[in-house]
Design a protein around this ligand. Structure first.
Ligand SMILES: C[S@@+](CC[C@H](N)C(=O)[O-])C[C@H]1O[C@@H](n2cnc3c(N)ncnc32)[C@H](O)[C@@H]1O
Length: 260
């Protein structure tokens, strides 16, 4: 066990290492407000406290913050990444097709999707894929092991998402087994958050052919240092396709399905 492995082992696998501590401290000290005032040469800037240093609505925009506070206890996904998810889902709501999440864990980002669909009275299906019993066997070079992320249950996540009124359907078990015999013809949006090389490849193999033109896939783990093989899998999955992963500074990558 090397030093970094030992340090990481002090934290539960399911706990994210805090991000942006320096940014939060600078915001509290008023640095960004000062910087924004200088950059705007003193002109009034709406939502001035959300410029950190660029407009960062996920750090405090009221409507979004209220939703995120409900999601937060159940998710590993940071507010900026949830903002991207919400924006892409708003786009995809204009398309025909179901929504899907692959990698649900305690159901936080699934709850975000369910809340947005329910609020819009959108009864399209929201398919949720997870073992709800932790990771499968992992590949070489991955820091996770089988059974990590098992502090959840299909029942608790089912209660959480169906409580919103959304048309959520849980597919409990290991990917790709749970894809067998499913009648899902079209997908408008998919969130792939499975962390592992083989799980990403299997997820893309199922989602991509069903994705409608204009539909979006978000890969949560692309830039995450604890999911290095997820990036490799995403690149491999699209190496022979016309769409190419668009990397975002949040650590996510996305693809938008091209038309014919
Ligand atoms: C990082 S967690 C998902 C986080 C979640 N989206 C959130 O809001 O916090 C990754 C999940 O992927 C699941 N997973 C990974 N590979 C899988 C596979 N082959 N089959 C089923 N579930 C899998 C794990 O069980 C785990 O719950």
């Amino acid at each position: 066990m090397n030093f970094y492995h030992w340090l990481r082992s002090l934290l539960p696998r399911e706990l994210n290492i805090p991000q942006d501590l320096a940014k939060q401290t600078l915001a509290k000290l008023g640095y960004f407000r000062f910087r924004t005032r200088v950059a705007s040469e003193g002109a009034s800037v709406p939502d001035v406290d959300l410029y950190r240093p660029l407009f960062s609505p996920w750090d405090g925009l009221k409507g979004f913050r209220e939703i995120y506070e409900q999601v937060r206890p159940y998710t590993l996904v940071s507010p900026d990444r949830c903002w991207i998810l919400a924006s892409c889902m708003a786009h995809a709501r204009n398309l025909e097709g179901d929504f899907a999440e692959l990698g649900v864990f305690r159901g936080g980002t699934a709850l975000l999707a369910a809340m947005l669909l329910a609020e819009a009275k959108d009864q399209r299906a929201l398919h949720l894929f997870d073992s709800f019993a932790g990771m499968p066997t992992t590949s070489a070079g991955e820091p996770y092991k089988a059974g990590d992320f098992n502090q959840t249950s299909a029942q608790s996540v089912g209660n959480l998402v169906t409580g919103t009124g959304a048309n959520a359907k849980l597919h409990v078990g290991f990917i790709p087994d749970t894809f067998a015999n499913l009648d899902i013809q079209r997908l408008a949006f998919a969130h792939i958050d499975v962390d592992l090389y083989q799980s990403v490849l299997d997820s893309v193999a199922f989602v991509y052919p069903r994705l409608v033109p204009g539909g979006i896939i978000i890969f949560d783990d692309y830039g995450n240092p604890s999911c290095v093989r997820a990036r490799e899998a995403t690149e491999k999955a699209f190496s022979n396709l016309r769409e190419k992963p668009i990397y975002l500074p949040t650590g996510q990558a996305l693809i938008i399905k091209l038309g014919l």
